[in-house]
Design a protein around this ligand. Structure first.
Ligand code: AMP
Length: 185
């Protein structure tokens, strides 16, 4: 089994930025399901056509679709050789169960929750002004995070692989906190 690191955090927590930095530091492959979906939308593939409306509304793409995409990606030779940093997956307990099945019953090596309060992420998302960052979509995504993704924290805790890292502060400060946790493994 390859080394599997998961990074969780509300949209706007900075997890995408930190995930890219961490992948570079540790030489693992960064897999962002949001980036994969946005690439599919840009390329106009069948997946992209199906995902676009869901993403624009701030809803979650279906578990079956997401599990299929990630399973296929995880079987890649690069990931088998170098390990993976999953960014944006799993997002539901069904996705986490599917991941554990792929990993032959075990959880990931480590799941980090990059913790930033709701008020702060809302400000950050409005400030970055991405096309899908309407106030309605932001509210919807944050509500879905509490409903669907927050229960995952318990899921990881139950497998004794959860670490919580404070995501407030500069990019460098947060990166230093993250590497401290990972180096402690
Ligand atoms: P992100 O860049 O991670 O914020 O993802 C952008 C959008 O892609 C989300 O708002 C969802 O609509 C969709 N998405 C990304 N990853 C997942 C996932 N694991 N499960 C369901 N939907 C996802």
């Amino acid at each position: 089994m390859p080394f599997v690191l998961v990074i969780l955090g509300r949209q706007g927590s900075g997890k995408g930025t930190q995930a890219a930095l961490l992948a570079e530091r540790y030489g693992v492959i960064h897999v962002s399901t949001g980036d994969m979906l946005r690439a599919a939308v840009a390329a106009g593939t069948e997946l992209g056509l199906r995902a676009k409306a869901v993403m624009d509304a701030g809803d979650l793409v279906g578990d079956d679709i997401m599990i299929g995409i990630v399973d296929e990606r995880l079987s890649g030779d690069d990931i088998q050789a170098h390990g993976v940093l999953l960014d944006g997956f799993p997002r539901t307990t069904a996705q986490a169960d599917a991941l554990a099945e792929t990993l032959e019953g075990s959880g990931p090596d480590l799941a980090i929750n990059l913790d930033v309060p709701i008020a702060e992420v809302t400000q950050r998302m409005l400030a970055r002004g991405r096309g899908d960052d309407t106030t309605e979509a932001i509210d919807r995504r944050l509500a879905l995070y509490e409903a669907e993704t927050a229960p995952l924290l318990e899921w990881f805790e139950g497998r004794e692989c959860l670490a919580v890292v404070n995501g407030l502060g500069t990019e460098e400060e947060v990166f230093a906190r993250l590497t401290k946790v990972i180096d402690g493994l």
